[in-house]
Design a protein around this ligand. Sequence first.
Ligand code: A3P
Length: 290
Amino acid sequence: PQSPSFDPSIIEYKGFRFLNFKYNEKYIDSLETFETRESDVFVVTYPKSGTVWTQQIVSLICPDEDRTGEELLPNNLRFPWIEFFNEEIDHSSRPSPRFFSSHLPYNLVPNELRKGKGKVIYVSRNPKDVMVSYFHFTYFFKPMGKAKDFSEFMDNFLNGNVPLGSWFDHLRGWYDHRDEFNILFISYEEMIKDLRSVVIKICKFLGKKIENVDIDKIAEEGTFNKMKKNPKANYEWIPADHANKENGSFLRKGTIGDWKNVMTVAQNEKFDQVFQEKMKDLPLKFIWDI
Ligand code: A3P
């Protein structure tokens, strides 16, 4: 058998490290002038920060009349990735409100979005758990290429030498430029600790009247176990040529602090040192354990 090596096909373009998956340079160029709508909702994340979870929560909050049936679509069609080149999806003919997902940095999203036309929900997660989740993900999602071992993956993660680049740059970019966007910041850990409050925050941000939204039902439908059983929400439909399904599942563990099961004391110290250097003046606080 072939020995595993972390060899993802990364394409460097416009200062960003794209994963070579549904990638098309001309299409990326065209995003600059992509026409957004006031009602558009973009869920933006660094990978493994709670994208799919937030997709599900937003869909449950907004099963509007004009979306009848659409909430039944699998999440790749409900929340298509704006950066993926997909000839089957014509965004301009999608009904409003349109939902999008994105891992793009702040400077590569449509100009109009950057001028506040359309809403952004930015989901962050403590980067140690992001890194551990991402490490496992390389064994599940084939285009990523398998990480050789955790220690090497950690070095790559800290250097931004992974698909979608540096976690630090992604977060900093979006946070430092937040005033240019109509943006709500939420965190994975807040969702774990108090999903109801996050549902209320998102409702307010999207202009949904709370009394019209069944918050209890959403908080229940959004639990890890419910979503794990929901094929429309859990990426079960990923074709076998993209996923090593025998190596795990998209909804893997869903907890805070799994990094403690993986990182050594020395690795943790090294991580803290880099984190301090890069993030010391960032006002955002992270939750590292439950
Ligand atoms: P783990 O690998 O730590 O389990 P993304 O959607 O951005 O790729 O993030 C995936 C991570 O979110 C995975 O983390 C996954 O298990 C977790 N996740 C997805 N839905 C969840 C839910 N309802 N509750 C808790 N965690 C969830």
